[in-house]
Design a protein around this ligand. Sequence first.
Ligand code: HEC
Length: 159
Amino acid sequence: MKLLLLATLALNLALAPAWAAAGPEQMPPPQAQALWNYITKTSPYAKWGQWPGYQGLQSSRSPHGPYNRVFVNQTGFDSTKAPLNYGTIQVKVAQTKNGKVKDIVAMYKVKGYNPQAGDWFWAKYSASGQALAAGKLAGCIRCHGVLGDNDYVMVHQFR
Ligand code: HEC
């Protein structure tokens, strides 16, 4: 885990110009802690929108769940087709029916981060924000990659 974090950090430094050029709004580097700070403090995900057709509490398919809520930032909403705009962040809160958060996963689209797999940075956090895994996570990519034509997005269909 420590090694992974270090590797991610080293990668951030190498990629600094790419993400820094993302836009006027200061976007975080593709790094677990920076992304967590962004989605909880700079631009709290709970205030973002939800995809039409996937709003409120939804029941999850394996391995997420048992219930979930998915939020998408404005840059994501502004994407009218796949691939989505750079700077898109999607957050999924996995929880029980009565609201106890189990974990939080995020996908963040960063130009040049991982061109072979849609340039998504993947992260999984505990309910309190501890990074459990982050980076070019093979498990996430393999499953979401089934929807490569839809830019790895599961809950909203692009044309
Ligand atoms: C075995 C398949 C599978 C794996 C592995 C998987 N996911 Fe998902 N993911 C799904 C499905 C199915 C959904 C749709 C919502 C649901 O059922 O919970 C989803 C939804 C999401 C969403 C909401 C946005 C979207 O794509 O619709 C995010 C964010 C997400 N997953 C992140 C991750 C991360 C991060 C990982 C790796 C740590 C991961 N997922 C691993 C199947 C998977």
